[in-house]
Design a protein around this ligand. Structure first.
Ligand SMILES: NC(=O)c1ccc[n+]([C@@H]2O[C@H](COP(=O)([O-])OP(=O)(O)OC[C@H]3O[C@@H](n4cnc5c(N)ncnc54)[C@H](OP(=O)(O)O)[C@@H]3O)[C@@H](O)[C@H]2O)c1
Length: 333
């Protein structure tokens, strides 16, 4: 039997995403064959495809960083995975596929009642927002926060989780997307018409408690002085290259040495690949919140799994609000 998956055949635009066929084999020892039900289409997929990431893989490679699926076949010695169980995982690559093979240790149990499409954005985008808010920043109700890149996959997760945490939120987004920012109870700042620095200085003259930035570049230096003494900026945006990463680390070092009581911290979900415990705890919390209806990911488009190229074109167009999800054909019927 064969199955299909998507391969980036060379770096560049979405036309370099091709459908290829592979043999469906039995899982190896301690491995699980997962039938993919939903896979997020994320900005890191796009950035990697253009080589715009410090750790971008060389082509050919299989993209797709966050999936929800079902354990389809379990290899010898894989003792915890049960065939038919719903699972999620953040493999970083390989999710744009009908099937993936993963070590059992990489799988995260998903409550059976959760819908795969709603769960997919939780695996990376909500995890990023949750850990930035609660592990890096340690927010508490009433804190004044600024979210830069508020209309995107991660940005809307920050807004949703920030609303739940009782934060006073400001969100930087383009004017056409301001309604999604205000829907979560945040104050929208249109970066195309207003200077967010001036707006924030007027609105919060005593300074912000926290800033969450996914855009990087100029935003870091411009936003940092908006913090109150003791305030923290959490940078989670991709620095786009190895040089960009070094530059960011130098900026972090310099800003943290200033005797002004403000701090900058960097967040990377990539640590989930090495250090599992806090990630497993936080996925479990997020799945419970989703099950209880306390969070609701914004999903603005669903595409058949093998139409990943079309979904990538849309994400690159800059028109997407929230998340796009690739879906197994049986869930689209
Ligand atoms: N650290 C981690 O572990 C981690 C995890 C996931 C993602 N990321 C990174 O986080 C960043 C955002 O990812 P995402 O998935 O949220 O991307 P996304 O869904 O594409 O959203 C990005 C948003 O940024 C907004 N934007 C674009 N230019 C802007 C500007 N100049 N000022 C303010 N907003 C602007 C866009 O909409 P509008 O401009 O139209 O409002 C868009 O909604 C990426 O760099 C990604 O690699 C990091």
């Amino acid at each position: 039997m064969k199955y299909k998956h998507i391969v980036v055949v060379k770096r560049g635009p979405p036309e370099n995403l091709r459908i290829e066929e592979c043999d469906l084999r039995d899982p190896l020892a301690k491995e699980v064959r997962v039938k993919v039900l939903a896979c997020s289409v994320c900005q890191p997929d796009v950035q990697n495809r253009y080589g715009l990431s410090p750790f971008a893989p060389k082509a050919p490679y299989e993209p797709g960083c966050a999936i929800v699926g079902v354990a389809d076949a379990v290899g010898p010695g894989a003792v915890r995975a049960v065939p038919g169980a719903k699972i999620a995982t953040y493999p970083a690559f390989g999710g744009y596929a009908e099937y993936v093979y993963l070590p059992e240790s990489r799988l995260v149990p998903v409550p059976p009642s959760l819908h795969p499409v709603e769960t997919a954005p939780v695996v990376l985008n909500y995890l990023t927002a949750y850990q930035a808010l609660h592990r890096r920043a340690k927010v508490k109700a009433g804190d004044k926060v600024l979210i830069i890149g508020a209309s995107g996959g991660c940005g809307t997760a920050f807004l949703d989780l920030g609303r739940l945490a009782g934060l006073k939120m400001y969100g930087v987004a383009s004017g056409g997307k301001s309604s999604i920012v205000t829907q979560f109870g945040a104050i929208s700042i249109d970066y195309q018409k207003e200077d967010f620095v001036e707006v924030m200085r007027r609105a919060e003259p005593d300074g912000l408690d926290f800033i969450f930035d996914g855009m990087g570049g100029d935003y870091v230096n411009r936003a940092f002085p908006l913090l109150r003494r003791g305030g923290v900026l959490v940078e989670y945006g991709n620095p786009l290259s190895f040089r960009g990463l070094l530059r960011l680390l130098v900026i972090v070092l310099m800003l943290n040495l200033l005797p002004n009581g403000r701090m900058i911290k960097v967040y990377g979900a990539g640590f989930a690949l090495f250090y599992r415990k806090p990630f497993l705890e936080d996925w479990a919390i997020l799945f419970r919140l989703l099950e209880a209806g306390k969070i609701r990911p914004v999903i603005s488009g669903k595409f058949p799994l093998l139409e990943a190229a079309r979904a990538n074109v849309l994400l690159e167009s800059g028109q997407v609000v929230g998340n796009l999800v690739l879906v197994a054909p049986e869930l689209l019927r």
